[in-house]
Design a protein around this ligand. Structure first.
Ligand SMILES: [Zn+2]
Length: 213
């Protein structure tokens, strides 16, 4: 099988996302760029993930052109490849319709973290609604992520996360959904107490120092 390594990693990640309840049905998609070739493995469009095999994962070039695999790539291929083109530090991208991320996008304000593991992924800003699968939503996600963003919420749609590898992109997805869920319930409680800006800055400095070692 061609591009076996990236195909297997995408399959493993999408099955994990299904297991974690981050993906219902065929919603959500995941992509991973090859380290050496300018190709991207991405989940196919409209096929249930549960019984998927690695050879069914689609392969596209950096502009989203379908080059291998039996099923056409996800309709959100422009969003994934636009981020991969604009961010050489990013190798993996994850898009989900997680319930709490989708709800919290309605607030039109950046998500605030409650715990140190969540703090790694802020700022999490909001992308205004544009049609799914369009070049416009792709462009808005790129702009809102900026030079070093790890996660954004997309209004009336879901979220988009990225990382230097699949593990990092999946961590961003899991903790951003958790951040949205924690904030949602704390707001219902009527006593939301997110981490202070100072605590978030201190946590980010600690992570940066650890990664620099
Ligand atoms: Zn979507």
């Amino acid at each position: 099988m061609k591009y076996e390594n990236i195909r297997k990693q995408v399959l493993e990640a999408i099955l994990q996302a299904v297991d974690l309840g981050l993906i219902n049905g065929t919603s959500g998609n995941i992509a991973l760029r090859d380290d050496t070739d300018d190709v991207v493995a991405i989940t196919p469009s409209g096929i249930p993930y549960t019984h998927m095999t690695a050879d069914q994962i689609a392969i596209v070039d950096m502009n989203g052109k379908w080059i291998d695999g039996p099923f056409k790539p996800s309709s959100e291929v422009p969003m994934h490849t636009a981020v991969l083109r604009s961010r050489p530090d990013v190798k993996a991208t994850v898009h989900t319709h997680g319930m709490f991320a989708t709800i919290m996008a309605m607030l039109d304000e950046p998500l605030q973290p409650t715990t140190p593991p969540q703090a790694e992924f802020v700022p999490v800003r909001i992308v205004p609604f544009t049609m799914p699968g369009s070049d416009e939503v792709a462009q808005r996600v790129v702009e809102t992520l900026g030079a070093d963003g790890r996660a954004v919420l997309i209004k009336n749609h879901g979220m988009f996360c990225c990382g230097k590898d699949m593990k990092a992109a999946m961590s961003a997805t899991i903790y951003t959904e958790e951040m949205a869920q924690t904030a949602y319930y704390a707001k219902l409680l009527g006593k939301f107490q997110p981490m202070s800006e100072e605590a978030v800055a201190a946590m980010k400095a600690l992570i940066a120092a650890d990664q620099a070692v």
